[in-house]
Design a protein around this ligand. Structure first.
Ligand code: FAD
Ligand code: DHB
Length: 391
């Protein structure tokens, strides 16, 4: 097969990029190693910034998001006793949308056949070749194949997440990985119960971090931080609900409705950036190039902003023979990536108890939360970052 852009990975980054290119007449194909059901079974992010919503609007795929998603004007930081409301509408005149990543992925997936975007699922053994030059190709197999299939293209877009093959196709001498691994993970629970609060609550309690989030008026998503050595089997639903009630503080606890977990899993936390985000004819987007700790809900939104820059660059290359657009992609994307990394890292440090952090570190967190509670300037900084910096 011959195409202009071969996209590896059919998660939110790959599908968004595919739709944006296809809508502008740039030929592309998406190769995804899993089945559609498997991709949709991964429960992840829940908060959308404007950049993500505006790309869905541009594609005309925002109808369900606008009907079922919930615009949130504010969210709360809690220090174990009080709630500090960050009023995004008042502070920066903006809001975020609460709508699951799974729903975004489903909307993009459902629209692919009717728009003629080719997505090949269950592509096994995907491998990238000749990425340094201007005639790269990708090989893969479908279940039952004896021989490799081949996609010749002008560019490869690596949208295959942190563990995919794209970033690994870049020689070690051509890029630098920057990494920070945190000494805890997030244990998440999804349950069909009404949320305990109409807005999100990020809490830093003596016993650790907790987050109260939601997917709808009848579906809640909660997280606590746990040591990396904990296993999900050690956390019965009851034990987790008890811990959430303590960490979220008395006001939220009084409104928690308990219910059986639909999903419960532990995700490790890490900050990671690979720079540059382009090598030859290979462009990296989303988790393939960077990871943020989930505090601040930036992961999916950062994938969307990469896709915004990447689609612009590729469309200019094919429609206006503009080589510079691709050459400057990495610098443009990274400028925003580093700022989101900084925000996610600083909110993670503020809201979690680090095992090695002593009484002084704890006192600094308490002082900072107290400062934020009483400073409009501090709240504005948080609101500006939470709604998403401009692209
Ligand atoms: P992905 O969603 O990882 O998609 C990559 C796709 O590539 C996948 O479909 C994968 O199957 C496919 N792929 C991988 N390898 C290959 C291959 N060899 N061949 C073909 N296809 C391949 N963010 C938040 O903001 N809040 C959260 O609560 C949150 N929770 C998370 C929990 C977990 C366990 C993880 C891993 C991430 C979480 N994130 C969260 C981050 C957020 O989900 C990601 O930033 C977002 O999914 C990035 O989208 P992506 O398309 O770049 O990568
Ligand atoms: C959710 C996840 C996050 O990482 C976050 O910061 C806010 C909400 C969620 O899954 O709902």
């Amino acid at each position: 097969m011959k195409t202009q852009v071969c996209i590896i990975g059919g998660g939110p980054a790959g599908l968004l990029l595919g739709h944006l290119l296809h809508a502008e007449g740039v030929e592309c194909v998406v190769l995804e190693q899993r089945t559609p059901d498997y991709v949709l079974s991964r429960i992840r992010a829940g908060v959308l910034e404007n950049i993500t919503v505006s790309l869905m609007e541009r594609l005309g795929l925002d109808a369900r998001l606008k009907a079922e998603g919930m615009p949130h004007d504010g969210f709360n930081l809690a220090d174990g006793e009080r709630l500090i409301r960050i009023d995004m509408a008042d502070l920066v005149g903006d809001h975020v949308w609460v709508y699951g990543q799974t729903e975004i992925t489903k909307d993009l997936m459902d629209a692919a056949p009717e728009r003629g975007l080719q997505v090949i699922y269950e592509a096994e053994g995907v491998a990238l070749h000749d990425v340094a030059g201007d005639a790269p190709y990708v090989t893969y197999r479908l279940p039952g194949d004896e021989d490799d299939r081949r996609v010749d293209c002008r560019f490869i877009a690596g949208c295959d997440g942190f563990h995919g093959p794209s970033r690994k196709a870049i020689p070690a001498s051509a890029g630098t990985p920057y990494e920070l691994v945190y000494p805890f993970g997030w244990l998440g629970i999804l349950a069909d119960v009404p949320p305990c609060n109409h807005e999100l609550i990020y809490a830093n309690h003596e016993r650790g971090f907790a987050l109260a989030s939601m997917r709808s008026a009848t579906r809640s998503r909660y997280y606590i931080d746990v040591p990396l050595t904990d296993r999900v089997e050690e956390w019965s639903d009851d034990r987790l609900w008890d811990e959430l009630a303590i960490r979220l503080g008395p006001e939220a606890a009084a409104n928690i409705t308990r219910g059986p977990a639909i999903e419960k899993s532990i995700a490790p936390l890490r900050s990671f950036v690979f720079a540059p985000m382009r090598y030859g004819s290979l462009i990296l987007c989303g988790d393939a190039a960077h990871i943020v700790p989930p505090t601040g809900a930036k992961g999916l939104n950062l994938a969307a902003s990469d896709v915004h820059y990447a689609s612009e660059a590729l469309i200019r290359f094919f429609k206006a023979a503009d080589n510079d657009a691709v050459a400057t992609y990495s610098d443009k994307a990274l400028a925003r990536v580093w700022k989101s990394e900084r925000f996610s890292w600083s909110l993670t440090k503020l809201m979690h108890r680090f095992p090695e952090g002593g009484a002084f570190e704890r006192a600094m967190q308490v002082a900072e939360l107290d400062y934020i509670a009483n400073s409009r300037a501090a709240q504005t900084t948080i609101a500006e970052n939470y709604v998403g910096l401009p692209v």
